[in-house]
Write a protein that binds this ligand. Structure first.
Ligand code: SF4
Length: 410
Protein backbone atom coordinates (compact mmCIF):
# COMPACT_ATOMS: atom_id res chain seq x y z
CA UNK A 1 0.00 0.00 0.00
CA UNK A 2 1.27 3.45 -0.90
CA UNK A 3 1.66 5.72 2.14
CA UNK A 4 1.39 9.45 1.75
CA UNK A 5 4.50 11.01 3.30
CA UNK A 6 3.36 14.62 3.44
CA UNK A 7 0.87 16.72 1.55
CA UNK A 8 2.76 19.54 -0.15
CA UNK A 9 1.51 23.09 -0.29
CA UNK A 10 0.37 24.64 -3.57
CA UNK A 11 2.17 27.97 -3.83
CA UNK A 12 0.82 30.56 -6.27
CA UNK A 13 2.10 33.91 -7.52
CA UNK A 14 0.31 37.11 -6.56
CA UNK A 15 1.36 40.34 -8.25
CA UNK A 16 -1.50 42.35 -6.73
CA UNK A 17 -3.97 42.18 -3.86
CA UNK A 18 -6.67 41.04 -6.26
CA UNK A 19 -4.45 38.21 -7.50
CA UNK A 20 -3.58 37.25 -3.91
CA UNK A 21 -7.23 36.87 -2.99
CA UNK A 22 -7.97 35.06 -6.24
CA UNK A 23 -5.11 32.59 -5.79
CA UNK A 24 -6.16 31.72 -2.24
CA UNK A 25 -9.81 31.52 -3.16
CA UNK A 26 -8.90 29.12 -5.97
CA UNK A 27 -7.00 26.78 -3.67
CA UNK A 28 -3.47 28.04 -3.08
CA UNK A 29 -2.13 27.17 0.38
CA UNK A 30 0.32 30.03 0.11
CA UNK A 31 1.14 32.95 -2.17
CA UNK A 32 4.34 34.85 -2.83
CA UNK A 33 4.31 38.56 -3.39
CA UNK A 34 6.80 41.40 -3.82
CA UNK A 35 7.28 44.43 -1.64
CA UNK A 36 8.30 47.85 -2.86
CA UNK A 37 11.98 46.91 -2.72
CA UNK A 38 14.43 44.03 -2.95
CA UNK A 39 12.31 41.89 -5.31
CA UNK A 40 12.86 40.68 -8.86
CA UNK A 41 9.67 41.93 -10.47
CA UNK A 42 9.77 45.69 -10.52
CA UNK A 43 6.72 45.76 -12.83
CA UNK A 44 4.59 43.17 -11.04
CA UNK A 45 2.38 45.62 -9.15
CA UNK A 46 4.32 45.20 -5.92
CA UNK A 47 2.62 45.56 -2.53
CA UNK A 48 2.72 48.56 -0.23
CA UNK A 49 2.87 47.77 3.49
CA UNK A 50 -0.87 48.56 3.77
CA UNK A 51 -1.69 46.14 0.95
CA UNK A 52 0.53 43.51 2.55
CA UNK A 53 -1.37 43.95 5.79
CA UNK A 54 -4.68 43.43 4.02
CA UNK A 55 -3.29 40.46 2.07
CA UNK A 56 -1.88 38.78 5.18
CA UNK A 57 -5.16 39.29 7.07
CA UNK A 58 -7.10 37.79 4.13
CA UNK A 59 -4.67 34.85 3.94
CA UNK A 60 -4.95 34.16 7.67
CA UNK A 61 -8.73 34.13 7.48
CA UNK A 62 -8.37 31.40 4.84
CA UNK A 63 -5.56 29.55 6.66
CA UNK A 64 -3.07 30.43 3.96
CA UNK A 65 0.44 31.90 4.11
CA UNK A 66 2.06 34.90 2.47
CA UNK A 67 5.74 34.91 1.53
CA UNK A 68 7.56 38.02 0.35
CA UNK A 69 10.19 37.76 -2.38
CA UNK A 70 13.25 39.90 -1.65
CA UNK A 71 15.56 37.98 -3.94
CA UNK A 72 17.45 40.68 -5.81
CA UNK A 73 21.21 40.62 -6.26
CA UNK A 74 22.10 43.52 -3.96
CA UNK A 75 24.65 46.06 -5.19
CA UNK A 76 26.34 48.78 -3.14
CA UNK A 77 23.67 51.02 -1.67
CA UNK A 78 20.85 48.46 -2.10
CA UNK A 79 21.16 47.31 1.52
CA UNK A 80 20.05 50.65 2.88
CA UNK A 81 16.78 50.24 4.73
CA UNK A 82 16.76 46.44 4.46
CA UNK A 83 16.60 45.95 8.23
CA UNK A 84 13.50 48.17 8.48
CA UNK A 85 11.93 46.35 5.54
CA UNK A 86 12.40 42.90 7.08
CA UNK A 87 11.23 44.04 10.54
CA UNK A 88 8.13 45.64 9.08
CA UNK A 89 7.06 42.63 7.01
CA UNK A 90 7.72 40.34 9.99
CA UNK A 91 5.49 42.50 12.17
CA UNK A 92 2.79 42.53 9.49
CA UNK A 93 2.66 38.75 9.82
CA UNK A 94 4.32 37.64 6.60
CA UNK A 95 5.10 33.93 7.03
CA UNK A 96 8.58 33.98 5.43
CA UNK A 97 10.85 36.00 3.18
CA UNK A 98 12.47 34.61 0.02
CA UNK A 99 16.06 35.85 -0.29
CA UNK A 100 19.16 34.96 -2.30
CA UNK A 101 21.82 37.56 -1.47
CA UNK A 102 23.89 36.48 1.58
CA UNK A 103 24.09 40.08 2.83
CA UNK A 104 20.30 40.37 2.79
CA UNK A 105 20.03 36.98 4.50
CA UNK A 106 22.38 38.09 7.27
CA UNK A 107 20.62 41.44 7.64
CA UNK A 108 17.28 39.68 7.93
CA UNK A 109 18.59 37.32 10.60
CA UNK A 110 20.11 40.09 12.68
CA UNK A 111 17.48 42.79 12.21
CA UNK A 112 14.30 40.71 12.05
CA UNK A 113 14.77 37.60 14.22
CA UNK A 114 11.79 35.30 14.02
CA UNK A 115 11.14 35.93 10.32
CA UNK A 116 11.80 32.58 8.56
CA UNK A 117 13.98 32.73 5.45
CA UNK A 118 13.60 30.73 2.25
CA UNK A 119 16.51 30.58 -0.17
CA UNK A 120 15.43 31.83 -3.59
CA UNK A 121 15.79 29.80 -6.77
CA UNK A 122 18.03 32.69 -7.79
CA UNK A 123 20.76 31.08 -5.66
CA UNK A 124 20.77 28.00 -7.92
CA UNK A 125 20.78 25.34 -5.17
CA UNK A 126 21.30 22.00 -6.93
CA UNK A 127 22.74 19.55 -4.37
CA UNK A 128 22.04 18.41 -0.80
CA UNK A 129 25.33 19.74 0.57
CA UNK A 130 24.20 23.21 -0.44
CA UNK A 131 20.80 22.68 1.13
CA UNK A 132 22.40 21.42 4.35
CA UNK A 133 24.72 24.42 4.37
CA UNK A 134 21.79 26.79 4.25
CA UNK A 135 19.94 24.78 6.87
CA UNK A 136 22.91 25.14 9.20
CA UNK A 137 22.87 28.87 8.52
CA UNK A 138 19.32 28.88 9.88
CA UNK A 139 17.19 28.88 6.71
CA UNK A 140 13.86 27.09 6.80
CA UNK A 141 13.45 26.23 3.13
CA UNK A 142 15.34 26.11 -0.16
CA UNK A 143 13.73 26.78 -3.53
CA UNK A 144 15.55 24.49 -5.93
CA UNK A 145 17.06 25.71 -9.17
CA UNK A 146 14.80 24.99 -12.12
CA UNK A 147 17.63 22.96 -13.65
CA UNK A 148 17.47 20.22 -10.98
CA UNK A 149 16.28 16.81 -12.21
CA UNK A 150 13.73 14.54 -10.51
CA UNK A 151 16.45 11.96 -9.67
CA UNK A 152 18.42 14.72 -8.02
CA UNK A 153 15.41 15.77 -5.97
CA UNK A 154 15.15 12.21 -4.70
CA UNK A 155 18.82 12.19 -3.75
CA UNK A 156 18.54 15.62 -2.12
CA UNK A 157 15.56 14.53 -0.04
CA UNK A 158 17.43 11.41 1.10
CA UNK A 159 20.16 13.60 2.59
CA UNK A 160 18.41 16.58 4.12
CA UNK A 161 15.28 17.44 6.02
CA UNK A 162 15.27 21.13 5.12
CA UNK A 163 12.04 22.10 3.36
CA UNK A 164 12.21 21.82 -0.44
CA UNK A 165 10.26 24.00 -2.84
CA UNK A 166 10.21 23.23 -6.56
CA UNK A 167 8.66 24.89 -9.61
CA UNK A 168 5.81 22.97 -11.22
CA UNK A 169 4.37 25.42 -13.73
CA UNK A 170 5.16 28.59 -15.61
CA UNK A 171 7.76 30.36 -17.68
CA UNK A 172 11.33 29.14 -17.85
CA UNK A 173 14.39 31.29 -18.24
CA UNK A 174 16.79 30.32 -20.96
CA UNK A 175 19.60 31.41 -18.66
CA UNK A 176 20.51 29.57 -15.45
CA UNK A 177 17.62 30.12 -13.01
CA UNK A 178 17.30 33.71 -14.07
CA UNK A 179 20.98 34.57 -13.74
CA UNK A 180 20.97 36.62 -16.87
CA UNK A 181 22.27 39.91 -18.15
CA UNK A 182 20.45 39.98 -21.49
CA UNK A 183 18.08 42.72 -20.33
CA UNK A 184 21.00 44.71 -18.96
CA UNK A 185 22.55 44.79 -22.41
CA UNK A 186 19.46 45.07 -24.61
CA UNK A 187 17.35 47.49 -22.58
CA UNK A 188 19.64 48.78 -19.82
CA UNK A 189 17.51 47.05 -17.19
CA UNK A 190 19.05 44.81 -14.57
CA UNK A 191 17.24 41.44 -14.53
CA UNK A 192 18.78 40.63 -11.18
CA UNK A 193 17.39 43.77 -9.63
CA UNK A 194 13.84 43.36 -10.90
CA UNK A 195 14.15 44.82 -14.38
CA UNK A 196 13.97 41.83 -16.77
CA UNK A 197 12.46 43.01 -20.05
CA UNK A 198 12.24 39.45 -21.41
CA UNK A 199 14.80 40.23 -24.07
CA UNK A 200 15.28 36.49 -24.68
CA UNK A 201 11.79 36.40 -26.16
CA UNK A 202 12.52 39.02 -28.81
CA UNK A 203 13.28 37.97 -32.36
CA UNK A 204 16.82 38.29 -33.60
CA UNK A 205 18.75 38.04 -36.80
CA UNK A 206 22.47 37.56 -36.75
CA UNK A 207 24.69 39.74 -38.93
CA UNK A 208 28.18 38.90 -39.95
CA UNK A 209 30.10 42.16 -39.80
CA UNK A 210 32.10 41.92 -43.01
CA UNK A 211 29.21 40.98 -45.29
CA UNK A 212 26.29 42.58 -43.40
CA UNK A 213 24.06 39.71 -44.45
CA UNK A 214 21.46 37.88 -42.39
CA UNK A 215 22.91 34.60 -41.20
CA UNK A 216 20.30 32.13 -42.52
CA UNK A 217 21.55 29.36 -40.25
CA UNK A 218 19.76 31.08 -37.38
CA UNK A 219 16.31 31.36 -38.89
CA UNK A 220 13.68 28.65 -38.62
CA UNK A 221 13.67 26.88 -41.97
CA UNK A 222 9.97 26.04 -41.95
CA UNK A 223 8.49 29.33 -40.80
CA UNK A 224 11.32 31.70 -41.71
CA UNK A 225 11.04 33.00 -38.14
CA UNK A 226 14.05 34.91 -36.88
CA UNK A 227 16.18 33.40 -34.17
CA UNK A 228 14.92 33.66 -30.60
CA UNK A 229 16.05 32.34 -27.25
CA UNK A 230 12.51 32.16 -25.89
CA UNK A 231 12.01 28.87 -24.06
CA UNK A 232 8.67 27.10 -23.84
CA UNK A 233 6.83 27.06 -20.50
CA UNK A 234 6.89 24.29 -17.91
CA UNK A 235 3.92 22.22 -16.85
CA UNK A 236 4.31 19.30 -14.46
CA UNK A 237 0.64 18.41 -14.26
CA UNK A 238 1.39 14.85 -15.44
CA UNK A 239 4.02 14.34 -12.73
CA UNK A 240 2.55 15.55 -9.43
CA UNK A 241 3.03 12.09 -7.79
CA UNK A 242 6.78 12.29 -8.47
CA UNK A 243 7.07 15.50 -6.46
CA UNK A 244 5.02 14.19 -3.56
CA UNK A 245 6.72 10.80 -3.42
CA UNK A 246 10.11 12.47 -3.47
CA UNK A 247 9.20 14.61 -0.48
CA UNK A 248 8.87 18.08 -2.03
CA UNK A 249 7.20 20.38 0.52
CA UNK A 250 6.03 23.17 -1.73
CA UNK A 251 4.89 23.16 -5.36
CA UNK A 252 5.50 26.54 -6.90
CA UNK A 253 3.66 28.16 -9.78
CA UNK A 254 5.54 30.92 -11.60
CA UNK A 255 3.98 34.18 -12.80
CA UNK A 256 3.52 37.22 -10.58
CA UNK A 257 2.83 39.30 -13.67
CA UNK A 258 0.13 37.00 -15.02
CA UNK A 259 -3.61 37.80 -14.93
CA UNK A 260 -6.27 36.65 -12.43
CA UNK A 261 -7.57 34.41 -15.23
CA UNK A 262 -4.21 32.64 -15.30
CA UNK A 263 -3.72 32.52 -11.53
CA UNK A 264 -7.21 31.20 -10.81
CA UNK A 265 -7.03 28.56 -13.55
CA UNK A 266 -3.60 27.22 -12.71
CA UNK A 267 -4.10 27.23 -8.91
CA UNK A 268 -7.45 25.50 -9.38
CA UNK A 269 -5.95 22.72 -11.51
CA UNK A 270 -2.98 21.97 -9.27
CA UNK A 271 -5.15 22.14 -6.12
CA UNK A 272 -7.39 19.50 -7.66
CA UNK A 273 -4.52 17.28 -8.81
CA UNK A 274 -2.69 17.42 -5.46
CA UNK A 275 -5.88 16.73 -3.49
CA UNK A 276 -6.81 13.86 -5.79
CA UNK A 277 -3.44 12.21 -5.34
CA UNK A 278 -3.30 12.75 -1.58
CA UNK A 279 -6.80 11.41 -0.99
CA UNK A 280 -5.90 8.04 -2.43
CA UNK A 281 -2.35 7.69 -3.79
CA UNK A 282 -2.76 4.04 -4.76
CA UNK A 283 -5.74 4.71 -7.01
CA UNK A 284 -4.73 8.10 -8.37
CA UNK A 285 -5.46 8.56 -12.06
CA UNK A 286 -4.51 11.53 -14.13
CA UNK A 287 -7.46 13.49 -15.51
CA UNK A 288 -7.11 14.86 -19.03
CA UNK A 289 -9.49 17.68 -18.04
CA UNK A 290 -6.73 19.16 -15.86
CA UNK A 291 -4.36 19.51 -18.78
CA UNK A 292 -7.14 20.77 -21.04
CA UNK A 293 -7.86 23.46 -18.47
CA UNK A 294 -4.22 24.58 -18.39
CA UNK A 295 -4.20 24.93 -22.17
CA UNK A 296 -6.98 27.51 -21.87
CA UNK A 297 -4.48 29.98 -20.41
CA UNK A 298 -1.26 28.72 -21.99
CA UNK A 299 0.74 31.21 -24.02
CA UNK A 300 3.48 28.87 -25.17
CA UNK A 301 3.95 25.18 -25.69
CA UNK A 302 4.46 23.19 -22.47
CA UNK A 303 7.34 20.97 -21.42
CA UNK A 304 8.79 19.25 -18.34
CA UNK A 305 11.79 21.56 -18.18
CA UNK A 306 14.91 19.87 -16.79
CA UNK A 307 13.10 17.36 -14.56
CA UNK A 308 13.63 14.33 -16.81
CA UNK A 309 16.86 15.31 -18.54
CA UNK A 310 18.29 18.38 -20.19
CA UNK A 311 15.82 19.43 -22.89
CA UNK A 312 17.21 19.56 -26.39
CA UNK A 313 16.57 22.30 -28.92
CA UNK A 314 13.39 20.65 -30.24
CA UNK A 315 11.96 20.10 -26.76
CA UNK A 316 12.57 23.72 -25.86
CA UNK A 317 11.03 24.86 -29.19
CA UNK A 318 12.85 28.16 -28.99
CA UNK A 319 10.83 31.09 -30.13
CA UNK A 320 7.63 29.26 -31.06
CA UNK A 321 4.70 30.75 -29.27
CA UNK A 322 1.42 28.98 -29.02
CA UNK A 323 -0.73 30.89 -31.51
CA UNK A 324 -2.78 32.70 -28.87
CA UNK A 325 -4.65 31.59 -25.75
CA UNK A 326 -7.84 29.98 -27.03
CA UNK A 327 -9.96 31.44 -24.24
CA UNK A 328 -10.57 35.04 -23.29
CA UNK A 329 -11.40 36.11 -19.74
CA UNK A 330 -14.62 38.12 -20.01
CA UNK A 331 -16.00 38.59 -16.49
CA UNK A 332 -16.26 37.75 -12.85
CA UNK A 333 -19.45 36.85 -10.98
CA UNK A 334 -20.34 39.39 -8.27
CA UNK A 335 -23.58 37.77 -7.12
CA UNK A 336 -26.16 35.18 -8.09
CA UNK A 337 -29.88 35.29 -7.41
CA UNK A 338 -31.29 31.79 -6.90
CA UNK A 339 -34.90 32.85 -7.37
CA UNK A 340 -34.45 34.67 -10.69
CA UNK A 341 -31.43 32.60 -11.85
CA UNK A 342 -29.68 35.85 -12.73
CA UNK A 343 -25.93 36.30 -12.28
CA UNK A 344 -24.47 39.77 -11.89
CA UNK A 345 -21.13 39.84 -13.67
CA UNK A 346 -18.39 42.45 -13.78
CA UNK A 347 -17.21 42.77 -17.38
CA UNK A 348 -13.47 42.30 -18.05
CA UNK A 349 -13.63 41.88 -21.83
CA UNK A 350 -16.55 42.31 -24.20
CA UNK A 351 -19.17 39.60 -24.70
CA UNK A 352 -22.53 39.49 -26.46
CA UNK A 353 -25.89 37.79 -26.59
CA UNK A 354 -25.40 34.52 -28.47
CA UNK A 355 -21.91 33.88 -27.05
CA UNK A 356 -21.19 30.48 -25.58
CA UNK A 357 -19.38 31.11 -22.31
CA UNK A 358 -17.88 29.01 -19.56
CA UNK A 359 -18.03 29.80 -15.85
CA UNK A 360 -15.46 28.13 -13.63
CA UNK A 361 -14.99 28.23 -9.89
CA UNK A 362 -12.91 26.91 -6.97
CA UNK A 363 -13.03 23.15 -6.64
CA UNK A 364 -12.79 22.76 -10.42
CA UNK A 365 -16.48 23.47 -11.05
CA UNK A 366 -17.65 24.39 -14.56
CA UNK A 367 -20.94 25.73 -15.89
CA UNK A 368 -21.47 26.17 -19.63
CA UNK A 369 -23.97 28.74 -20.79
CA UNK A 370 -25.18 30.30 -24.01
CA UNK A 371 -26.05 33.92 -23.32
CA UNK A 372 -29.66 34.39 -24.37
CA UNK A 373 -30.59 37.46 -22.36
CA UNK A 374 -28.68 40.12 -20.48
CA UNK A 375 -29.28 43.54 -18.99
CA UNK A 376 -27.19 46.51 -17.90
CA UNK A 377 -27.11 47.78 -14.31
CA UNK A 378 -30.21 49.90 -14.94
CA UNK A 379 -32.14 46.81 -15.96
CA UNK A 380 -32.24 47.68 -19.69
CA UNK A 381 -31.81 44.77 -22.12
CA UNK A 382 -28.46 44.89 -23.96
CA UNK A 383 -26.96 42.94 -26.83
CA UNK A 384 -23.33 43.53 -25.93
CA UNK A 385 -21.36 44.13 -22.72
CA UNK A 386 -18.90 46.57 -24.20
CA UNK A 387 -17.55 48.67 -21.34
CA UNK A 388 -14.72 47.55 -19.05
CA UNK A 389 -15.87 46.81 -15.48
CA UNK A 390 -19.55 47.46 -16.29
CA UNK A 391 -22.06 45.39 -14.30
CA UNK A 392 -24.11 43.03 -16.45
CA UNK A 393 -26.95 40.74 -15.43
CA UNK A 394 -26.97 37.42 -17.25
CA UNK A 395 -29.85 34.92 -17.33
CA UNK A 396 -28.51 31.52 -16.29
CA UNK A 397 -29.69 27.93 -16.74
CA UNK A 398 -27.59 26.68 -13.80
CA UNK A 399 -26.36 28.39 -10.62
CA UNK A 400 -22.96 30.05 -10.29
CA UNK A 401 -21.23 31.60 -7.27
CA UNK A 402 -19.64 34.96 -6.46
CA UNK A 403 -15.95 34.95 -7.48
CA UNK A 404 -16.58 32.46 -10.30
CA UNK A 405 -14.81 33.53 -13.48
CA UNK A 406 -16.35 33.70 -16.93
CA UNK A 407 -14.47 33.11 -20.16
CA UNK A 408 -15.29 32.48 -23.76
CA UNK A 409 -13.59 30.60 -26.55
CA UNK A 410 -12.01 32.85 -29.12
S1 SF4 B 1 15.74 38.02 -20.46
FE1 SF4 B 1 14.84 35.98 -20.57
S2 SF4 B 1 16.44 34.57 -19.86
FE2 SF4 B 1 16.99 36.66 -19.18
S3 SF4 B 1 16.15 36.84 -17.08
FE3 SF4 B 1 14.63 37.68 -18.53
S4 SF4 B 1 13.24 35.93 -18.99
FE4 SF4 B 1 15.15 35.07 -18.09
Amino acid sequence: MQVLKKKPEVLAPAGTLEKLKTAIYYGADAVYIGGNAYGLRSRAGNFSYEEMQEGVAFAKRHEANVYVAANMVAHEGDMKGAGDFFRTIRDIGVRAVIVSDPALIETCMIEAPGLPIHLSTQSSATNYETLNFWKQEGLERVVLAREVGMDEIKEIRNHTDVEIEAFIHGAMCISYSGRCTLSNHMSARDANRGGCSQSCRWKYDLFELEHQGVCQAYTDEETDEPFSMSAVDMSMIHHIPDFIENGVDSLKIEGRMKSIHYVSTVANVYRKAVDSYCEDPAHFTFQQAWEDELWKVAQRELSTGFYYGTPNEQQQLFGRRRKIPVYKFVGQVLEYNDASKIATVQQRNSFSVGDKVEFYGPGFTHVYQTINQMWNDEGEPIERAAHPMMKVRVQMDAPVKPFDMMRKAK
